[in-house]
Structure formats: structure tokens, C-alpha cells
Design a protein around this ligand. Structure first.
Ligand code: IPD
Ligand code: CA
Length: 267
């Protein structure tokens, strides 16, 4: 096991402990401030992120891009650690069982430079892990994205929250072509569902997704065989910062991805 793998797994376990404790005491939803990402910070977000930072801080030469605390550490550090302590905070607050923690390590300035990534489903305890040099895993076993190539067979996650009517309308060609359109409310975990072939595609074209939501699942998805782009089919190149917002279209394979992008262009 690499040093990063053991640090990321320990950090995710500590988040699990925070979540378990705060779920029992019912203190997790208490509002404790506003995060650097602009959202309200709940106790669960804050305590989870503090645990992650304590663990990944054991490794030197690190810059942090964290949803609550923001950006810290030297800009020229070798490693950038991108942290979403709880992805799916709204689900957590309503006890809807779909949320996770997400941590990515990048050795460079783009999502494609992600070298190590973990997403832990905090309801089931399932651990998705990938390294750029290896395959994607769930609880240690290799996972692969879907081979479904026909839109009419495809189950596709589409995030429509807080979006404009114009964007909703532009999604009509895609949504009306697929077997099912879904959204679970935690984009990192939903992208891990894409990585393991539970769903066949995922589209968030609101221009609202953040690097913290996607950095880890992007590597896990790619190592599992998924293909990603922006809405026009171009590479996804967000700046690695807390304020950045972008769009992403992912599919289990190149053929389905091409068909999804075609439908989005038609919109
Ligand atoms: C949110 C979730 C949600 C998406 C939002 C994200 P958070 O992350 O991924 O599915 O619609 O745009 O902000 O706020 O729970 O970390
Ligand atoms: Ca979050």
C-alpha cells in the first residue's frame, strides 16, 4: 500500500467516525458558519474536514483546496489535496441515505493530474479507491464502467438542481432519449456509481459543479473506463480552486459518451 493510500483510507475512516457519532447525537446539522465554497457549513462538514486535514497534513509538501477551510499551503507544493468532507450534505441533513466523503491528491494543475483518490460512501461504508497508475476499486475489488452503448438502454444521472429553465429545456433531447434520468444528490458518489456501472452516464451541465465535488470521482471513473468531457465534448479543464465552477458529461464508454454529447449539442 502506498503512503497516500493509507493516509486517504485513514482520513475517510475518521470521517466515517465523525458521521456515525454526529448521527447518533443528532448534532451534525447544527450550522457553524459559512464555508469557503459559499455554502452553509454544518457541524458534520467542519468536523469531518478537520479530521481529513489532520491526517493528510502528516505528508509534507501539500497544498489544500478544501470546501470549508478554502485554500492553504504553498502554491508550488508538490501535492494538491482536494477535499469535500461531505458530498451530499443536504441528503445527510434529511437522513436520505446517499452521501460520501471525497478526497483527491493531484500532482499538477488539472483534474487529469489526479494521482490518488478516495470516495467513501458514509451510509454503506463502501470505499472506492483509485491511483493513476492502477485500476479503480471498490472495497479492494476491481470495478469497471458500463458497456451500454444505446441511449434507450441507458440510466443517466442528470443534475438539475438550482438550474435555469433554459438549461432544463436544453437537456430535453438527452432526457427524452434515455431509459431513465436520475439524480441522487451527491455528485461524487453518483460518479462512483458510473465508475462501477450501476448507471451508464452522468451529466451536470449547470456550470455549478465544483472541483471538490468531482476531483476524486473523476480519477476513479476514468480508471474504471468512464469517459468525461465538457458539454461540447472538449476536455474538462477547471482551475483547481475553491471558487471554480464547471460542467461535466460522463459515460461508461466512448460510444455512449459520443451519443450523449450529440444530444446535448442538439439542445
Ligand atoms: C453538492 C452535491 C449535489 C450537487 C451540488 C453539490 P455538497 O455537494 O454534489 O449533488 O447538486 O451542486 O454542491 O454541497 O453536498 O458538497
Ligand atoms: Ca460538501
Amino acid at each position: 500500500m502506498t503512503e497516500w493510500e493509507s493516509l486517504l483510507k485513514e482520513a475517510a475512516e475518521r470521517v466515517q467516525d465523525v458521521r456515525d457519532r454526529l448521527l447518533v447525537s443528532q448534532e451534525g446539522n447544527e450550522e457553524v458558519g459559512e464555508g469557503a465554497g459559499g455554502d452553509t457549513t454544518m457541524r458534520v462538514d467542519k468536523e469531518a474536514e478537520e479530521e481529513i486535514i489532520e491526517v493528510v497534513g502528516q505528508k509534507g509538501d501539500v497544498r489544500l483546496v478544501a470546501e470549508e477551510k478554502g485554500e492553504s499551503g504553498p502554491k508550488d507544493a508538490r501535492w494538491t489535496v482536494v477535499i469535500d468532507p461531505i458530498d451530499g450534505s443536504s441528503n445527510f441533513s434529511r437522513q436520505i441515505p446517499f452521501y460520501c466523503t471525497s478526497i483527491a491528491v493531484l500532482e499538477g494543475d488539472t483534474l487529469d493530474d489526479a494521482s490518488h483518490a478516495i470516495v467513501r460512501n458514509l451510509v454503506s461504508g463502501d470505499v472506492y479507491y483509485a491511483e493513476a497508475a492502477g485500476y479503480a476499486t471498490k472495497n479492494g475489488s476491481e470495478i469497471h464502467s458500463s458497456r451500454v452503448t444505446e441511449l434507450r438502454e441507458a440510466m443517466v444521472g442528470v443534475d438539475l438542481s438550482k438550474t435555469s429553465l433554459a438549461i432544463v429545456e436544453s437537456l430535453n433531447p438527452l432526457i427524452s432519449s434515455v431509459r431513465r434520468q436520475l439524480h441522487f444528490g451527491a455528485n461524487a458518489l453518483e460518479t462512483c456509481f458510473l465508475a462501477e456501472g450501476k448507471i451508464d452516464g452522468f451529466a451536470d451541465v449547470r456550470g455549478k459543479i465544483r472541483v471538490m465535488d468531482m476531483a476524486a470521482a473523476y480519477l476513479i471513473g476514468r480508471q474504471a473506463g468512464a469517459v468525461f468531457s465538457d458539454r461540447e465534448g472538449r476536455p474538462v479543464k477547471p482551475t483547481i480552486s475553491v471558487k471554480e465552477r464547471f460542467s461535466i458529461v460522463g459515460a461508461g464508454n466512448k460510444t455512449l459518451h459520443g451519443k450523449m454529447v450529440e444530444k446535448l449539442k442538439a439542445g
